[in-house]
Ligand binder design. Structure first.
Ligand code: HEC
Length: 110
């Protein structure tokens, strides 16, 4: 290999790696329900279960129940996650985590 061709090969590998790093992972735009599940397991599980009907009156509705409420679309849920509200303690999710949580909840709509 000549010096020039080795340099070209090295550059194209670097270029590919840079492209891969910039590429949008699948599902990123609309949020990913699977990742949303991990986020709520970490931050919200003290009060919310994901599926089924909440039996304990002291606990919050499950996301599955919330998803069936009228008007709980992406826009509503995204706005909801921007606010602080009683009795939920203040929490800060990253924007992509919010998108993932919204994707999870809308995926539970029947
Ligand atoms: C301290 C307990 C608590 C924690 C922690 C908590 N929630 Fe809640 N949340 C509630 C309660 C109680 C309600 C019920 C209010 C209602 O019936 O609308 C609620 C309602 C909701 C709703 C329904 C809003 C609506 O208008 O239908 C969503 C969505 C929600 N929570 C998301 C989350 C997410 C996401 C997290 C974690 C980042 C979280 N909650 C953490 C207690 C909690």
């Amino acid at each position: 290999m000549t010096h020039a061709s080795r340099l070209a090969a090295a550059l194209s590998v670097a270029g590919l790696a840079a492209l891969a790093a910039c590429a949008t992972p699948p599902g990123r735009f609309g949020g990913d329900p699977g990742r949303g599940e991990k986020v709520v397991a970490e931050w919200c599980a003290a009060c919310h279960s994901v599926r089924g009907v909440e039996s304990d009156q002291d606990r919050a509705p499950t996301y599955e129940q919330i998803a069936q409420r009228p008007g709980r679309d992406r826009a509503y849920l995204a706005a909801f996650l921007e606010e602080d509200h009683f009795p939920m303690s203040t929490y800060r999710l990253l924007d992509d985590e919010k998108a993932d949580v919204v994707a999870l909840i809308v995926s539970l709509k029947k």
